[in-house]
Structure formats: structure tokens, C-alpha cells
Design a protein around this ligand. Structure first.
Ligand code: GLY
Length: 393
């Protein structure tokens, strides 16, 4: 009986101490990630075949270095190295990072932020390897060639131009962190100015009154908006789940790098759209599009949003901070459960199941995706850092 009273008192105290953290064992999750990715390394001896997903027949779906996702595997290996400090992960990360090196000269894609900054950026942060820095600086110059000052935005695609003219997708916000880094390292203010111009025009044209975003804005030669469309979402007027997560992450980075309050306000608005959406399931892992409740989930959207919220919470007042941490924790708890996390040796060695890449094209539906794993590991690291700073808010 005495024992019961002690437990009750402890529970009472805990409920008032307001610990926003849930039950995620980061050490255990990284232990699993390391074992699972050892299997991925063993099954990928060819450094030109990058893990991407699972093919419809169940076989591993690999891609070459020019695919927008080529940097995520190397980036995840750096996160495993960051956690474990085991040099074998550093060696593996270096191999898969350098495998993307030639993309530094690729001026045909806006995705260099993903392709280069995830592997080389993390690699440089952790090792200060000069080769990584030079690769990044060349890559930033390549990316900057896609900024047209008359339009005021970085062009996303060189394809489908008859349909989209000068297309800019919300995902493009994810390149800006790379250009901010390049501005600081090179002293070239032009990179910084591109970020601000791109983010301001995206703020002006990409968002609806409810703070959800369009996927594609089609611009004319002087920056005039010609059309607002989708490619990967359910409809032009719907809210594609991953797009909302890219926007949340992108505007959180914009605030971090500029301290301009309008970007922070936008990040809060996007967070509110996602977290208060009546179609967000109880486990906080979104359906692939917010207009399609009951259809496939997109675990990648949850992983990206969780990582973004664990940064945004740091720029937020106490109550909001607690709320963001608890929502991100719920997302990570769900992703770490058997509902989304694969069994060891299964799922073609990816960590997470149930992401959706491009449903309208019937491509990558309800499958593992390499970037879901990347942002999940990033979010776990951010969670651990916050947990260490303070267990209680
Ligand atoms: N950037 C492409 C995607 O999010 O699917």
C-alpha cells in the first residue's frame, strides 16, 4: 500500500513537471539502424547503385547518382557515425559520400541541396575534410546557376516545361540550407541573397489562406504567376503531405539563418496546418495527401515534420515548445513502432516502411524510401540533443 502511494506521488509530481518527452530509446533505435544498414551495405557492393526503395516485385530499387535521392544514404551513414563514433561508419559514409562527388557539376537539377549537402555537409561538419568543402562550394555554384534574378526563384525542373514553364516546387525550399552554408564558408553574399529572394517569393505565391502550400508554381519570364498546380499531390488544390513537411522544414531553416520573424511566423502557420488537420491520423503519420484520409500513409512526411518540429520548438515560447516536442515525439514513437519500423533483415534493409513517393504516377506507393530513413535518424539525433539539454519544460 505504501508503495502505491509513493508511485502515485511520483506520477503527480511528473504530471506537473511537464516532461514533454515520450518513450523513445534513441540508443536502441540507432543500434537497430546500424544493424539494418550493415545489411544494406553488404547488399550494395556497387557504389553506382544507390539504395532508394523497393521495386513493385519486391526487389531492391536502386538509383544512380544523378537521382535526387543519391545523397541520403551517405547522409544516414554519417548520422550513424555521429551517434556510434565507430570509425567503420565513417569509412562507409565517406565511400557513399564520394560516390556522389561528380554531381557537384550538375546544373540540370535543383536537388543539389539533397544530393550534396546531406552527405558532404554532414561529412564536413563531422570531419572538416577539405575535399568535402570544395565539393560543396562547387555544387553551390552549380545550384546558383538555376536562380533567375528576373523571376526571383531557383528553377526546379528542366523537364515538362511546356506544361509548367518555369516550375518552382515547394521542395525547393530544402536547397536553401546548403546555400546559406556556402554563403558563410565562401563569404559570397550572393548565395544568401538567393535564399532570401527564393523564400520571399515562395512565401508570396506558394501558400493558400489556410497555410497549406501548392506543390508547383508555374512562373513566366518576369516572375509572374501563370498557374498553380500539383505533380505529386492528389489535386492542384489539395495539400500533398510531404510538400507541407518540406515547407515546414524550409521556413524553420530560413528563420534560423536570418532571424527574420516572418519566416518563423510562416513555420508556425505550417505546423498548425499539419498538426491541427482533421485528417491527421491519431498516430500523427500523415496520409500521403491531406485530402485522402484512409489511403496510404507517408512515413517520410512524418519523419521530415518531426525533425523540423524538433528545431522549430527551440524558437518557440514554453507552451508551444512543449506542444511541438510532444507532437514530434508522438511521430517518432509511431515510426519506431512495429507499425512502421521494419524487422531486422527485412524491408530490403531500409529502416522504415510505408512511405509514398509519387502516387499519381503509381510510383513508390507504400514502400520504404531512403529519405524517410534519413530524416528519421536526423530527428532521433535532434530528439536526443533536446533530451540532454532539458528533460523537463
Ligand atoms: N522532391 C521530391 C519529393 O519530395 O518527392
Amino acid at each position: 500500500m505504501m508503495m502505491d502511494i509513493k508511485v502515485l506521488i511520483l506520477l503527480f509530481i511528473l504530471s506537473f513537471s511537464g516532461n514533454a518527452f515520450g518513450q523513445i530509446n534513441v540508443e536502441k533505435e540507432f543500434e537497430f539502424a546500424a544493424q539494418q544498414y550493415q545489411g544494406m551495405l553488404d547488399s550494395h557492393p556497387d557504389l553506382t547503385q544507390f539504395p532508394q526503395s523497393t521495386n513493385p516485385d519486391g526487389s531492391p530499387g536502386n538509383r544512380t547518382s544523378d537521382w535526387w535521392c543519391s545523397g541520403f544514404f551517405g547522409g544516414s551513414l554519417w548520422y550513424i557515425y555521429e551517434f556510434t563514433k565507430d570509425p567503420k561508419w565513417k569509412d562507409a559514409a565517406d565511400l557513399w559520400t564520394m560516390a556522389v562527388e561528380k554531381e557537384q557539376n550538375n546544373t540540370g537539377t535543383h536537388d543539389l541541396g539533397f544530393m550534396l549537402y546531406c552527405p558532404f555537409g554532414n561529412g564536413y561538419r563531422l570531419t572538416r575534410n577539405e575535399i568535402y568543402k570544395q565539393t560543396l562550394l562547387t555544387g553551390a555554384k552549380s545550384l546558383a546557376t538555376r536562380f533567375n534574378p528576373k523571376v526571383g526563384l531557383i528553377k526546379s525542373w528542366d523537364m515538362f516545361l511546356d506544361k509548367y514553364r518555369y516550375p518552382v516546387i515547394i521542395d525547393n525550399m530544402m536547397n536553401l540550407e546548403f546555400l546559406f552554408w556556402a554563403a558563410k564558408e565562401s563569404g559570397n553574399k550572393e548565395f544568401y541573397n538567393i535564399c532570401v529572394n527564393h523564400a520571399d517569393n515562395t512565401l508570396k505565391n506558394h501558400f493558400r489562406a489556410d497555410n497549406s502550400s501548392y506543390h508547383v508554381i508555374c512562373y513566366g519570364p518576369s516572375g509572374e504567376v501563370i498557374a498553380k498546380k500539383t505533380r505529386q499531390g492528389a489535386a492542384d488544390e489539395s495539400a500533398w503531405a510531404r510538400g507541407q513537411a518540406w515547407g515546414l522544414y524550409g521556413y524553420t531553416v530560413m528563420y534560423r539563418e536570418t532571424k527574420d520573424i516572418k519566416y518563423l511566423t510562416q513555420a508556425h502557420k505550417i505546423a498548425s496546418f499539419i498538426l491541427n488537420n482533421p485528417n491527421l491520423p491519431a498516430d500523427k503519420v500523415p496520409y500521403w495527401d491531406f485530402s485522402k484520409p484512409g489511403e496510404e500513409r507517408d512515413a517520410s512526411a512524418a519523419a521530415i515534420a518531426a525533425s523540423a518540429l524538433l528545431e522549430l520548438c527551440q524558437y518557440s515560447p514554453k507552451e508551444q515548445k512543449r506542444y511541438y516536442i510532444s507532437m514530434a515525439t508522438k511521430m517518432l514513437e509511431s515510426l519506431s513502432s512495429s507499425a512502421y519500423k521494419a524487422k531486422l533483415g527485412e524491408n530490403n534493409h531500409f529502416i522504415l516502411m510505408h512511405s509514398t513517393g509519387h502516387k499519381p504516377a503509381k510510383s513508390e506507393v507504400n514502400v520504404p524510401l531512403v529519405y524517410a530513413d534519413y530524416y528519421y535518424l536526423e530527428a532521433l539525433l535532434r530528439y536526443r540533443k533536446l533530451e540532454h539539454i532539458s528533460m523537463s519544460y
